[in-house]
Ligand binder design. Structure first.
Ligand SMILES: C[S@@+](CC[C@H](N)C(=O)[O-])C[C@H]1O[C@@H](n2cnc3c(N)ncnc32)[C@H](O)[C@@H]1O
Length: 294
């Protein structure tokens, strides 16, 4: 029997997705983004894509599958991934990570930058920008002259929609609830309902699209990588490869932060020593040359 999931859409007849179409979309999403769509996600797939099918004038998921699989379906494949990513985030999420930066990590990096050194921080899977702006605020608190030094934060995501929000740096009152009043006044202009990150905050960050399971157009090393609440959607082999790719970009002594429900696997553990909750320091162990960019 073919299982199907349905979603109602206004007055329109309900859409349903069959086993074959779900398997097709799940494979495509996994191949393109590393995201695993377990069977339990059928309802989510239908509810997130129903409007898209209507907008495209398609009557069913079989037609949609043909469209995303076609040679000129690249744009729609990107929209599919975008529709299925989970972008939940907030300012100073998992605050203990920011306290570690403040007390243990940023002071040394700032000292290096003041001695004309280079410092790079990466928010990988930055969603709508709350994470990189939190990293930048924490930095400016300790180093108001950061703009004059060689310190930069790279913020990347696979989803162009969330990146556009991140670049704009405009946040609702509810999003701003996580920013203490003093920092809100120092690093955001406007008032209730119209908060926007100041140029001083934005200028520390470079936003760019990047697929973590694809090619990384990245040169140089990172002192700190935040990749939090991203790999929970990946299978363990993809996670393991990603940790090793990060290890190849973090010099010994550099730092990796992951999400509260994420773990490093066996293969990656030798590259990282635990320094706190879901917080790691890069060891001296060299990464095999086979950890190549795909
Ligand atoms: C739940 S958010 C996490 C945001 C932030 N790091 C945090 O912890 O609050 C996960 C983000 O990972 C992004 N993402 C998922 N798969 C990705 C991939 N293959 N490459 C880059 N980003 C990806 C999603 O678009 C989403 O914005």
């Amino acid at each position: 029997m073919t299982a199907s999931f349905q979603a109602s859409f206004g007055d329109s007849p309900e859409l349903s997705i069959g086993d074959r179409e779900f398997a097709t979309l799940a494979k495509l999403v996994h191949d393109e983004s590393g995201i695993v769509l377990a069977d339990a996600k059928r309802g989510l797939v239908v509810s997130r894509l129903t409007r898209r099918l209507r907008d495209l004038g398609l009557r069913n998921f079989a037609q949609y599958c043909r469209m995303v699989q076609s040679e000129d379906g690249a744009d729609e494949r990107a929209k599919l991934i975008s529709a299925l990513t989970t972008n939940v985030t907030k300012f100073f999420r998992e605050d203990h990570h920011f306290r570690s930066l403040e007390k243990q990590i940023y002071p040394g990096l700032i000292e290096r930058a003041r001695g004309r050194g280079r410092v790079r921080v990466w928010s990988a899977g930055c969603s709508t920008g709350e994470e990189p702006y939190s990293l930048a605020m924490e930095l400016l608190e300790l180093c108001p002259d950061a703009a004059a030094l060689d310190i930069r934060i790279l913020a990347t995501d696979i989803d162009p929609h969330v990146l556009a929000t991140a670049r704009a740096g405009r946040y609702s009152d509810s999003a701003m609830a996580g920013v203490p009043a003093g920092r809100r006044a120092r690093y955001f202009s406007g008032s209730a309902g119209t908060y926007e990150a100041t140029p001083a905050l934005k200028d520390l960050i470079t936003f760019a699209p990047l697929n973590l399971v694809g090619h990384w157009p990245i040169r140089g090393a990172f002192d700190v990588i935040f990749c939090r609440n991203v790999v929970i959607y990946f299978d363990s082999a993809t996670q393991e490869k990603l940790w090793q790719r990060f290890a190849s970009l973090i010099p010994p002594g550099g730092h990796l932060f992951i999400g509260h429900s994420e773990r490093l696997g066996r293969a990656a553990e030798r590259y990282f020593a635990t320094t706190g909750i879901t917080q790691y320091r890069r060891t001296e162990v060299a990464v095999a040359a086979s950890v190549a960019d795909p």
